[in-house]
Design a protein around this ligand. Sequence first.
Ligand SMILES: Nc1ncnc2c1ncn2[C@@H]1O[C@H](COP(=O)(O)OP(=O)(O)OP(=O)(O)O)[C@@H](O)[C@H]1O
Ligand SMILES: [Mg+2]
Length: 404
Amino acid sequence: MVKIDINSFFQGYMDKESIFENKKVLQSGYTPDNIPHRDDQIKEVAGMLAPVLKGEKPSNIFIYGKTGTGKTLSVLHVVNNLTKIAASKNLPIKISYINCKLKKVADTEYRLIATLAREFGKEEIPITGLPTDEIYRIFIKHIDKDSNSIILILDEIDQLVKKAGDEILYNLTRINTELKNTQITFIGISNDLKFANDLDPRVRSSLAEENMSFPSYNALQLQDILNERAKEAFKKDIVTEGVIEKCAALAAREHGDARRALDLLRVAGELAERKGHNKLVISHLDEAESKIENDMVLETISTLPKQSQITLLSIFSLYEKKGKEKFFTGDVYEIYLGLCDKVGLKPLTQRRLSDLIAELDMLGIINAKVISMGRYGRTKEIGLAMPQSSIPNLISQLKGWLNV
Ligand SMILES: Nc1ncnc2c1ncn2[C@@H]1O[C@H](COP(=O)(O)OP(=O)(O)OP(=O)(O)O)[C@@H](O)[C@H]1O
Ligand SMILES: [Mg+2]
């Protein structure tokens, strides 16, 4: 076995000059000063909120658009500026941003209102235990003590409804009718277009007094966004010709998603650096793309129930064994029975296994084509939905999780 001199590895790593000038610029928490191609949306949101500076109540706004279209970034940009102006003029404007995806904050109606009450300075709120009506009452009484204009941003609001139920939106919008001194303006943001379309008409008319949609970026717009960031993120002359264009094109393939574009560029840079390369070239992007894809698949698989993981392991093992040869549900079932035995789990029927296979197909992890066998019924022909090169790693991960 070759002994690795880890010390000299670290030393070498430190001596090597990084290709990054400031990697943070490509990370998700970074807020750029400049937001290309969102002038119209920023102006529109600013215009809708401006009346608050004169003590009037702005309309409630509902913002929707696909993921990575700059919704959160643009809204925060507007309200950060609004906060500064309000503070400099001593105006009683309070702005609160809640990301409803965060579990601890908004997984129940009670928790959301308790969080809000705490946000606005009401301490000693019990974590659970009070009836929901009571927590509303405490919150309303507290914020209505003085006269304030509150702007409440509920980002990923579809997640809130998913976890806490439909009624919550209705209840929220009714708060204003009970306030005498204070007024709340709601800004709801969602990337779930179906949710936006399906909003209850009662809720729609109050929560979405104004609607705004954020269009996806096209490849040229993504190039501008990437160029701005790459200039700050990488040292000079590191990014070679065609890289930004290819990165934008890859990210625009499904829909123009700036988050995906920035992730690709960051991961490509990290891969280049890890290999000790001092230029970022197109092949790094291709590698980054498959790495990101693999990581996503892995994350999905890690959250699957045990039975589905065993099914998947059976399919992958079979694939390794059979190579290009076709295989069907019955073949998977044989391997599956053996694995259940090893894991000590009661096997499902072949019919149920067939359902699990269909679910894995829906998730896009495998391809399962239903084929008819005449009077012998139907079966599924099973194939991979990912590059063959990912399989060994997935097999060893699955084996680790399942302890086989
Ligand atoms: N016009 C832009 N200029 C610079 N960076 C941008 C722009 N639009 C988006 N980004 C960046 O892309 C990433 C995603 O943007 P943002 O979080 O605003 O998307 P979103 O529309 O809220 O997506 P989601 O629906 O998934 O929450 C962030 O890192 C953001 O900084
Ligand atoms: Mg967002």
